[in-house]
Design a protein around this ligand. Structure first.
Ligand code: NAI
Length: 331
């Protein structure tokens, strides 16, 4: 298949080229994100291969259909950037990579957690300035604390396994609980409200949808323990950023680790070091000493990149052969 691969960096090329030796697709790389402004680049392609911050809305789907592109092979698990109704109405199939390395994201959640709890992000900068003072770096042990997980899917369960290794108590809420796994992994389910109130660390591992948009809002933040830590490696839109900033300004929460941000499109994955930030909310978030932000890099391990490339290209091959699409995203 001739595939237009969007939002690509050199690490994507490497992983895709390596995986493609087994598939033989013709891959054409575009650095830009796929959206209504860039979709005109798609001419004479069988498929497009977008990433997390690409937007396949009604206008994009209409263009794809008009130029004969009939497959959207996402290189990510989340599909909140795709208008599935528009794709279906234009006869465009959508596939995704449902799981590539849950451990990659879960381990990143803990990288953020350990940094904000032990202030290693502060210590690193301080020691490089030859400031060896420990003032303001007092942290707390994870051992014995309660790790609360929203969403016990693949990544949530991987995070729970890690938390158990730290000797944390683990609590979870999921509308589709898995009692047998809870028993074998040693965690308990509770209600959403109870999870929010009892967690010392609240880690988000659920998809963004209209139902979960701003799930973590002012009301919910007010019910968290004052010294709790919030970790979001799922999707920025799960958290009401304005409400989070107000809580932080009032001294609430002892730490926040964010790998995702609701207005990350066009900012994350870009080098803007020579530009000025236009997003005042992001600029404000970056001023808090107890907030650590990474640029949506939870997926960024060698293992995960290889698995993403393999599955995205295998999805395209299955589509080309007319096979049933195991990873199709249905309306
Ligand atoms: P999954 O589909 O295996 O699990 C999601 C779980 O969330 C399911 O058990 C579901 O029942 C649960 N859920 C749905 N609505 C809920 C609600 N209102 N409250 C609590 N739980 C709810 O998904 P997986 O693989 O664990 O991924 C989770 C999320 O992580 C993805 O949706 C994606 O947004 C994000 N992600 C982030 C990455 C990064 O680089 N930072 C990379 C990959 C995924």
């Amino acid at each position: 298949m001739r595939i237009a691969v969007f939002d690509t960096k050199h690490y994507d090329h490497q992983a895709l080229e390596l995986a493609n030796t087994a598939f033989g697709h013709e891959l054409v790389y575009f650095e830009s994100r796929l959206d209504a402004q860039t979709v005109s680049l798609v001419q004479n392609f069988d498929a497009v291969c977008p990433f997390v911050n690409d937007r396949i809305d009604g206008a994009v789907a209409a263009h794809l259909a008009a130029v004969g592109t009939t497959l959207v092979s996402l290189r990510c698990a989340g599909f909140n950037g795709v208008d599935l109704g528009a794709c279906a109405s234009h006869g465009i199939a959508v596939t995704r990579v449902p799981a590539y390395s849950p451990e990659a994201v879960a381990e990143h959640a803990f990288a953020l957690l350990l940094s904000v709890v032990r202030r290693t992000h502060k210590a690193y900068a301080r020691v490089r300035e030859l400031n060896f003072s420990l003032d303001g770096l007092v942290g707390f042990n994870l051992h014995g604390k309660t790790f609360g997980v929203l969403g016990t899917g693949r990544i949530g369960l991987a995070a729970i396994r890690i938390a158990r290794g730290f000797g944390m108590h683990t609590l979870a809420y999921d509308p589709a609980p898995k009692p047998a796994l809870a028993e074998s992994l040693g965690f308990s389910y509770c209600s959403f409200d109870s999870l929010i109130a009892r967690s010392d660390v609240l880690s988000l591992h659920l998809p963004l949808s209209t139902a979960t948009h701003h799930l973590i809002n002012a009301k919910v933040l007010a019910c968290m323990k004052p010294a709790a830590v919030l970790i979001n490696t799922s999707r920025g839109g799960l958290v009401d950023t304005h409400a989070l900033i107000e809580v932080l300004k009032a001294g609430g929460l002892s730490g926040v680790g964010l790998d995702v941000y609701e207005m990350e499109e066009g900012v994350f994955f870009q080098d803007l070091s020579a530009a000025c930030i236009q997003d005042d909310q992001l600029a404000r978030l970056l001023t808090f000493p107890n907030v650590l932000i990474t640029s949506h890099q939870g997926f960024l391990t060698q293992e995960a990149l290889a698995a993403i490339a393999q599955t995205a290209l295998a999805n395209a091959s299955a589509y080309e052969r007319g096979e049933r699409l195991l990873n199709e995203v249905l309306l």
